[in-house]
Ligand binder design. Structure first.
Ligand code: SF4
Length: 1015
């Protein structure tokens, strides 16, 4: 008899006696079990998820308090949930310390204020905090709200106070963030995704249609080859990484790691090769060149499922590092030539022989031919024979019955060309036919536990929920917006699902403005703020620094630690009038005005910012959902109430919003209409329940709905079961269309806990995955156009004569039969995967290797000019802050380690014990040249500042040969600061430069120049 540990506890707590247990064959373990049983006997078990990384491991929280009157629940033990399909009871060192996070001595207890120029915190009441913050916000909004721009266009935006959302708060908090900030007209609305996985969306969406991890954690076990590059999952995602190990042990998968350091993933891989930080595009384009030169592509797949046969416009070109349409003055491209040549019918011309010189296939071949193995080796510092070995192993999966799974994380996104590195990996996987396949795909391993959710919800300056965009100021009517944002179909008979944009947008507006949104007023479209430029984190720091911002509301985000060039962030915060930090913990952001010696050397008296510190609940004290990296929306429950006077985020936002509205009602003010029109009709507007917000995100029928054949699909008032039911006439509402289906008439789909494996490790009964509960995106591409699986062992879907069915929800029209000509990349205008991304990215339709802004070599071997990105995000004021290779000869790269999660776990005792002190990693050769031995204190400096840390002298970091010279790399873990249980340390981002990816403005954290000296 098989019995799980949880079932065992259920049985034992139900009071089975010794004899019964013996009858179950469990007598030998009884003594031990009884000890456990005693410990947990009166405990309440609550399901939740680890709050750190996006593996989203299941946890069981045990709390005292059995519901008796006056008994207050208190969590005293947390362990892994053995039923969870991904984690199966495991927790890594971060998750194992969760109880210490909940009980951290740095948990905030009461609202506090630090008055302008003061040296201390002062405890205040919630009423005082809310009254004062509302007053400050209203005054700033009244003084600076822009109703119309200089051209007279209605823009309704407020630029001088910003809002940063958390990436570990629930989706329900995220929805409230969007309503709160956009309702007030804020355009600087951002979250952690800007500083981590922004380039994933920008790289993956134009390639396949959606900006998300293509497969899921468990599916990695189906791979034959695993390439880990730009990530270190053994340390950053330890529990998810077990599925890569499973692939090795059960599937005999061959695992390769390419990384600047011989990291812990490399330690269990079959093959490791080093690479210079910042050279990943060159490596991947070299792989593409190898595959094309050696005919190692899956020809049928490439022909049928990619845009290889489509013809590109005649005026497209590429020369010496520049694509056609470059304007040097504007540092921007006119992208009109990066498009298909269209026929009279409006569809793209094609050549299925792939021989046309302007076919995407030929253009790609031409583009990558410069990336020879010798060139790759020279740019990357990777030995040529290593590179060729990796190419051969990848090439072996171009056959239909073998797959490569690519795993990456911040090692790709944290680069100035991050979006294009990911595009390059997409090209490799499309050539190999590995997208849509079990065991294939590009697995973007998201970082924070709900950074996926906050990205989905559009908590980003120019975005709206469900990957809709916030209107630009030139889009002055809903019609103008929809005309521009609804893509035209470019190949006959394709789904082009974004053609439904009007349905998604109108349903969103109904969610925002409720009954006040009518066809007569464009559903409240005019109330939304309209943007003129990106108000991303880099831009807002610039604005603060110039003294052009007044207020900042920061929720669960340690921006001074997370944003690039911490020194400049600190100077910017010091110019604000007010700063509001909502957080469970003491953060360096809230304490930026405190003097902590050389770790934060400021004079509080000179800093006139009024700072409020508001204690919020943490994951263990709230109900709600978070989205893991595999897009699973997992519902969790509170195991205790927030400690002391801490409050839920929703309550803080609700109370504040109601107070601001009250002020407008009493006093009037500038343009109150958008704010007063906001639908905030919760059962208690000051404290919305997560359940009602989750249902609102899902969406309702506002009238009886019927399908094309007249059959009723929903009654008025029903929760919608599918985004296919959304309408553009105001009869449906949904705040986030991709989440429709998460909470239906059948109940909360996110709370489902059926872990039945329907094949290939797929568990569609566990939680809910967007979109439509699909677990493996583009899964129709696992079969050929005739419906035959490319690999009979990977028959994931099949046509049953009337519809597609199988182990997963088909990512395809279920009734479109084999050979219908409908291609599997249904979100794209042409239905096929993009080797050529047209004008979707601002820096080129193909990736190109550009040197980092701070480069250790004098020139890019590929170009005659500077060889740096011609369109990277750089502010003029920051130009003097870039260092030269003469003064700062080493390449620094920042990263995370197993025992720590960014800047949170330093507050947790267990993690502080195992990693108490800041360190840096340097090579033996560099150490010897500087007279440094292991354990010495070293000073690492960039043009922007310095840190000190213990030297770890290691073989893990190697001296590389790059473009004919030696290059040293320095490893900088990021986890310390001047708050926490660990010893005080420096914020590592003191060192990093303010240069951003051209597409996403995600800063460069992983390739910049430093010097190293013995301290
Ligand atoms: S940090 Fe990630 S891998 Fe570790 S327990 Fe938490 S969710 Fe799981």
């Amino acid at each position: 008899m098989q019995i799980s540990r949880r079932q065992f506890f259920k049985i034992s707590s139900a009071g089975l006696g010794t004899s019964s247990l013996a009858a179950l064959g469990m007598a030998p373990a009884l003594a031990q079990a009884e000890v456990r049983q005693y410990k947990l006997l009166r405990a309440k078990e609550t399901r939740n998820n680890c709050t750190y990384c996006s593996v989203g491991c299941g946890v069981l929280m045990y709390s005292l308090g059995d519901g008796a009157k006056n008994a207050k629940a208190k969590i005293f033990h947390i362990e892994g949930d053995p039923d969870h399909p991904v984690s199966r009871g495991s927790l890594c060192p971060k998750g194992s310390g969760l109880i210490d996070y909940i009980n951290s001595p740095q948990r905030l207890k009461y609202p506090e204020v630090r008055e302008a120029g003061s040296k201390e915190w002062k405890r205040i009441s919630w009423d005082e905090a809310i009254d004062r913050i509302a007053r400050l916000m209203k005054d700033d909004r009244d003084a600076n709200f822009i109703e119309k721009n200089e051209k007279g266009q209605l823009v309704n935006r407020w630029t001088t106070t910003g809002f940063l959302g958390s990436s570990a708060a629930s989706n329900e908090t995220g929805i409230l963030d969007v309503k709160f900030a956009r309702g007030l007209g804020m355009v600087h609305l951002e979250n952690q995704a800007r500083l981590c996985h922004g380039p994933s969306v920008a790289g993956l969406a134009p390639s396949f249609g959606r900006g998300a991890m293509t497969n899921n954690w468990v599916d990695i076990k189906n791979a034959d080859v695993i390439l880990v590059m730009g990530g270190n999952p053994a340390e950053a995602h330890p529990v998810g990484f077990k599925w890569a190990v499973e692939a090795k042990t059960k599937n005999k998968a061959y695992m390769m790691v390419v990384d600047p350091r011989f990291n812990r993933t490399a330690a269990v891989a079959d093959f490791y090769s080093p690479i210079r930080a910042g050279a990943d595009s060159a490596f991947l384009l070299g792989v593409a060149n190898y595959l094309l030169n050696n005919g190692k592509i899956q020809h049928e797949y490439v022909k049928a499922y990619t845009n290889a046969p489509l013809i590109v416009r005649e005026d497209y070109g590429f020369d010496d590092g520049l694509f056609s349409g470059y304007n040097a003055e504007k540092r921007a491209y006119d992208r009109s030539s990066w498009a298909y040549e269209l026929g009279a019918d409006g569809y793209a011309l094609r050549d299925d022989s792939l021989q046309h010189p302007r076919s995407v296939f030929q253009l790609l071949k031409k583009h990558v031919e410069r990336y020879t193995p010798e060139m790759v080796s020279s740019i990357c510092g990777t030995p040529k024979e290593d590179f060729l070995h990796i190419c051969e192993k990848l090439a072996a999966t171009c056959v239909p019955d073998r797959t490569t799974s690519i795993l990456y994380a911040l090692g790709w996104t944290h680069h100035v060309g991050g979006s294009q590195i990911i595009r390059a990996s997409a090209i490799v996987q499309l050539l190999l036919g590995n997208i849509g396949m079990p065991g294939g795909g590009i697995n973007a391993l998201r970082g924070h536990s709900n950074v996926q959710g906050f990205t989905d919800l559009g908590v980003l300056t120019t975005m709206l929920p469900g990957y809709l965009t916030l209107p630009h100021e030139n889009q002055q009517s809903l019609k103008a917006y929809l005309d521009e944002r609804t893509p035209k179909t470019l190949v006959a008979n394709q789904v082009n699902f974004w053609r439904n944009t009007p349905k998604f947008m109108v349903s969103f507006l109904k969610g925002m403005y409720g009954d006040k949104a009518t066809a007569g007023n464009d559903f409240g479209y005019h109330w939304l703020p309209k943007w003129d430029r990106s108000y991303d984190v880099m831009a807002f720091v610039e604005q603060m620094h110039k003294g052009k911002a007044n207020g900042y509301v920061i929720q669960g985000f340690n921006v001074i630690a997370a944003a690039a060039s911490s020194g400049k962030v600190r100077e910017g915060l010091a110019k604000l009038k007010f700063l509001v930090v909502i957080d469970p913990l003491q953060t360096e952001t809230a304490s930026f005005w405190e003097n902590h010696g050389e770790f934060n050397d400021v004079n509080p008296v000179e800093i006139q910012t009024t700072v409020f510190r508001l204690p919020s609940s943490c994951f263990a004290e709230e109900d709600g959902s978070i989205a893991n990296s595999g897009r699973w929306l997992q519902w969790h429950w509170a195991g205790q109430v927030p400690p002391f006077e801490a409050r839920h985020d929703g309550r803080i936002l609700g109370t504040l919003l109601m107070k601001i509205r009250e002020l407008y009602e009493k006093e009037g003010g500038t343009c109150p209409e958008p704010l007063m029109s906001l639908d905030w009709n919760y059962h208690d507007p000051k404290d919305p329940h997560p359940e009602e917000v989750a249902k609102q995100a899902n969406g309702y029928a506002l009238a009886d709905l019927f399908d094309d054949k007249g059959n009723q699909i929903a009654k008025k008032g029903d929760l919608l079961s599918s985004f296919a039911h959304l309408r553009d006439d105001g009869t449906t509402t949904s705040l986030c269309w991709i989440y429709t289906g998460q909470w239906t008439q059948a109940g909360n789909m996110m709370a489902r806990r059926d872990n039945t494996d329907t094949g290939f490790g797929n568990t569609p009964g566990w939680a809910f995955a967007w979109p439509a509960n699909r677990r493996l995106l583009y899964n129709r591409a696992s079969l050929d156009p005739a419906g035959k699986p490319w690999d009979p062992k990977r028959a994931f879907l099949h046509w049953d004569g009337a519809k597609w069915t199988g182990a997963d929800v088909p990512d395809y029209p279920v009734g479109s039969p084999p050979n219908s000509g409908v291609s599997p990349f249904i979100m794209l205008q042409d239905g096929v995967g993009h080797l050529f991304s047209m004008g979707a990215l601002v820096d080129g339709p193909f990736p190109e290797h550009y040197e980092p802004e701070e480069s250790p070599i004098p020139a890019n071997p590929l170009h005659s000019g500077s060889g740096k990105s011609p369109v990277a995000r750089i502010f003029k004021d920051d130009l003097p802050s870039f260092g030269s290779r003469e003064d700062f000869p080493c390449v620094a790269t920042s990263y995370s380690i197993t025992e720590m999660f960014r800047h949170w776990t330093k507050h947790s005792r267990l993690n502080a014990i195992v990693q108490p002190e800041q360190f840096v990693e340097i090579s033996e050769k560099l150490a010897a040249s500087k007279g440094i031995v292991a354990g010495d204190m070293v000073k690492v400096a960039s043009k922007r500042g310095y840190i000190r840390g213990k030297a770890v002298v290691t073989k893990r970091v190697m001296t590389l040969q790059v473009a004919g010279q030696e290059v040293e790399q320095v490893g900088i873990p990021v986890h310390w600061g001047f708050e926490g249980t660990t010893r005080k340390g420096f914020l590592a981002n003191v060192l990093s430069p303010r240069v951003g990816d051209a597409n996403t403005h995600t800063p460069e954290y992983k390739a910049f120049l430093v010097s190293v000296e013995k301290a």
